[in-house]
Design a protein around this ligand. Structure first.
Ligand SMILES: Nc1nc2c(ncn2[C@@H]2O[C@H](COP(=O)(O)OP(=O)(O)OP(=O)(O)O)[C@@H](O)[C@H]2O)c(=O)[nH]1
Ligand SMILES: [Mg+2]
Length: 378
């Protein structure tokens, strides 16, 4: 198996030499089952980074250099470098790694081990047990990094991935080939976040390797944390919004809306035309709404997980009636009952609306998490 470590550089003279030598003399000899290569992608660094790499190439046959032209950002350098590596070196795995020594090269075998175990994408993480960010970072940078990651995790609801913005990663070539065409416009940290987000969306198996992110000792930062924050927020929010629109939630609302009218209409009729206590009238009316919701959800909202045998249809329906009735009786009719006891029957429609609102929250959680449960790793 072959792996290529892609290292983008812009003014990393000194750093790149140190990193290449560590990789070649300390790290690669320890790796027995993988054929390791390095590809440096340099954007015409004025400090002579490319020259330094050219010198090293004379010594190391598995070291390669791409003169990538004018500085065009980290994302573009990765896409070009990886495409070239895939074409010329036909690797199985591609690494992303910074040139400045912040990504502990001794962790490379851990990444490869995770790949050997069957993972598609391995993320170096600073925010899970065994990982860290530099102590001496100014508070503002720590805040950007910690809260930025927390925000991304929360908005995407993918808490199992701890580090979204880091750039120390290994991936199977299949992951890169699948996502590369969608990656064109992303810059800075958005490149890292969007790549990971798309890979997770597409169901690739993702694992993490914790590492200590050390401070840069030579040269200057090219990615300012503040600079890309608006870009990043825009991506995360719009991507999540699209995800929700394409998810089952809007259909769920339509089906639930229809059920709501059935429930409301029958409840109203029963309260006005019978002597049933209003909470009980709602329980009766709700059974018709539940029946309608079950069938519409089964064939439409959650159709990917639809019950497709008679037995599954009835057993799911039983489960659906049972769980829905917990909500109907305890939450919806419970609210109606409390209203009835406190203020009397005359406001029965208001109690119904309040109770139904609480019920909606309960129902979506139960339906999507239990009844039509999907299997996802992350
Ligand atoms: N080819 C290329 N490489 C880049 C570009 N911008 C950044 N890099 C490289 O990408 C890697 C990460 O950039 P850094 O400046 O180290 O970003 P950072 O690690 O978030 O910031 P520090 O903690 O200050 O180092 C380094 O190897 C840079 O040389 C670019 O436009 N083109
Ligand atoms: Mg760096």
């Amino acid at each position: 198996m072959k792996a290529v470590i892609i290292i983008p550089t812009y003014n990393e003279k000194g750093n790149i030499k140190k990193l290449v030598e560590t990789l070649e003399t300390d790290v690669f000899p320890e790796i027995k089952t993988w054929n390791m290569h390095i590809l440096v992608v340099d954007d015409d660094s004025p400090d002579g980074t490319a020259k330094e790499v050219e010198e090293l190439i004379k010594k190391y046959k598995n070291l390669h250099l791409l003169h990538n032209g004018e500085k065009a950002g980290l994302g573009a350098a990765y896409i070009k470098g990886m495409s070239l590596a895939v074409e010329k070196l036909t690797p199985d795995v591609l690494f992303e790694m910074d040139a400045d020594g912040q990504h502990d090269p001794k962790k490379i075998p851990d990444f490869l081990k995770k790949i050997d175990e069957g993972n598609d994408l391995v993320i170096g993480t600073r925010y899970s047990q065994g990982g860290s960010i530099p102590e001496n970072w100014p508070p503002i940078r720590k805040i950007y990094s910690i809260f930025g990651n927390l925000l991304v995790r929360t908005i995407f609801g993918r808490f199992a991935i701890h580090d979204w913005t880091g750039g120390y990663r290994a991936m199977r070539v299949s992951v890169f080939l699948k996502e590369k065409n969608e990656m064109g416009e992303f810059r800075g940290y958005t490149f890292q976040v969007s790549f990971l987000h798309k890979a997770a969306r597409d169901g690739f198996k993702i694992a993490e390797v914790p590492f200590h992110f050390t401070d840069r000792t030579l040269g200057n930062s090219k990615i300012a944390p503040g600079e890309y924050i608006v870009d990043l927020l825009r991506y995360v929010i719009t991507a999540r919004f699209r995800e929700v629109l394409h998810s089952s939630f809007p259909k769920f609302l339509i089906v639930g809306g229809f059920g709501f009218f059935i429930n409301a209409f029958l409840y109203d009729q029963l309260v006005r035309n019978t002597h049933l206590p209003i909470a009980l009238a709602n329980v009766v009316a709700a059974q018709f709404a539940i029946f309608s919701n079950y069938n519409f959800n089964n064939v439409w909202t959650f159709k990917a997980h639809k019950a497709n045998s008679v037995l599954a249809y009835f057993s799911k329906m039983l489960q659906f009636f049972a769980t829905s009735n917990i909500g109907v009786i305890l939450i919806q009719s419970g609210t109606i009952q409390i209203g009835d006891m406190l203020y009397g029957e005359q406001y029965y429609r208001i109690y119904f609306l309040i109770g139904t609102f609480f019920l909606l929250i309960w129902n979506f959680t139960v339906y999507s998490k239990v009844i039509w449960k999907k299997k996802t790793a992350f």
